[in-house]
Design a protein around this ligand. Structure first.
Ligand code: FDA
Length: 379
């Protein structure tokens, strides 16, 4: 551990971006470690052995960003396909386009609405609370989109996501529910969107290609911490509560169980993501990976699907989505104070700052941290 100018813990987008900048921009030597046996963090993907279809191992990863700087940065390491994400939702034997748009409204209420008519209908249904402040997630959702659309598309899905009745969830979980009064059913509004032409893992291989970067996989930071010489800066992107041995309490997360199956049909559902809005279906959605890359024209007569089951995480699970209750926020602030006092360690990324970050946000945060914290520590 003595031959490196910096140690980076975690080979996800945050850690890989810092590693790339330190090696290529500063010409310094990096040791990048990850406890997993692969690079890429949660964005890691691999080709399924039986079908050759690329599978995102930690859930669907759709790249999209409004940020030109991040888009240009990532385009140095990959080209993007022209994939545009669309999501459908199965409800009571019918299929609807998400997010709720004019097509969804016409189909759901069974007639042709103009944009203004649809707006008036939703406003009338959303007025149910009569000016009363929403007291829970259910009431908040009704105040935004009215009861019929809430009960069809939001209630069951949310209950499954949180394993909790939406009447018992705080209204603060949702601030808005997008409804589009056009027939546009593109999922994201960002100007830049696409999937990496040769997969996610290839991006990381290129980012980490400089021989100044040494990558050690299957290595847990806490097993090697004592061997790191004093004075070598550390960038830590693992869970912040784990770093401080949970001394201020445990931060709560939700996790997802992924049930992957190879089916002997060429095409199972005709699209990449199908939500299941009803509570009698135990999973929240099904991904079918061949549809993320139609340009590859996969010849396999089989297909790979993944059913997602959402639940609260224990310490042994992969932490995916911060729950972020008032208590969690308080706990995180205690860790943030400890982190500020921890000399020589920079905390970053999703786990290190207890925030849900999209990929582009993790990259943007890393580019910023490189300039404001890492560069000054190394030069
Ligand atoms: P990330 O979690 O990727 O990397 C952290 C790394 O640190 C991990 O590899 C971990 O093993 C390692 N580590 C932790 N503790 C360690 C220790 N003690 N020692 C060594 N290594 C350690 N984003 C998006 O833009 N579009 C999308 O569609 C999705 N979809 C999506 C689905 C799901 C289910 C999740 C959970 C997340 C997404 N994301 C997403 C978000 C995306 O995954 C996220 O932006 C990046 O993972 C953030 O990168 P980080 O480097 O911060 O964390």
């Amino acid at each position: 551990f003595s031959n490196h100018d910096i140690i980076i813990v975690g080979a996800g987008f945050f850690g890989a971006t810092i590693a790339e900048r330190v090696a290529n921009e500063l010409g310094k030597r990096v040791l990048l470690i990850d406890r997993r046996h692969h690079i890429g963090g949660n964005a890691y993907s691999e080709n399924d052995r039986e079908t050759g279809i690329e599978v995102h191992k930690y859930g669907a990863h759709l790249f999209h960003t409004p940020n030109r700087v991040v888009w240009d940065y990532l385009n140095r390491f990959t080209q993007f396909t022209d994939y545009r994400h669309r999501v459908f939702s199965a409800h009571k034997g019918q299929v609807y386009a998400m997010p709720i748009n004019l097509g969804t409204i016409c189909q759901f209420f069974g007639r042709h609405f103009s944009p203004d008519e649809a707006r008036a209908l939703v406003a009338e249904q959303a007025a149910e609370l009569n000016g009363r402040e929403p007291q829970n997630l259910e009431e908040k959702a009704i105040s935004l989109i009215g009861r019929p659309l809430y009960e069809a598309f939001i209630r069951g899905y949310t209950a499954k996501q949180w394993q909790t009745d939406p009447r018992e969830l705080p209204e603060s979980i949702i601030t808005r529910l997008p409804v589009r009064y056009t027939f546009d059913n593109r999922y994201f509004n960002d100007p830049y969107e696409g999937l990496p032409v040769d997969g996610y893992t290839a991006i990381f291989e290129r980012m980490l290609g400089n021989p100044l970067i040494e990558t050690r996989l299957g290595t847990d930071y806490f097993d090697v911490k004592a061997q790191i010489p004093e004075g070598v800066p550390v960038v830590y992107t693992g869970p912040i509560d784990r770093y401080f041995d949970y001394r201020a309490g445990e931060l709560k997360w939700r996790t997802v169980d992924f049930a992957q199956e190879v089916l002997s049909v060429g095409d199972f559902q005709g699209t990449a993501v199908m939500n299941y809005a009803d509570e009698d279906v135990p999973y929240t959605r099904i991904l079918e990976f061949r549809h993320f890359n139609p340009e590859r024209n996969y010849q396999s007569e089989k297909t790979v699907i993944v059913k997602e089951f959402s639940r609260f995480a224990t310490r042994a699970d992969e932490p995916y989505y911060p729950i972020d209750t008032v208590e969690d926020k308080r706990t995180y602030l205690a860790y943030k104070t400890l982190a500020e006092q921890e000399k020589g360690v920079i905390f970053g990324g999703r786990l290190g700052t207890y925030r849900y970050l999209d990929m582009h946000q993790a990259i943007a945060a890393a580019l910023k941290s490189f300039e404001s914290e890492v560069r000054p520590a190394l030069t």
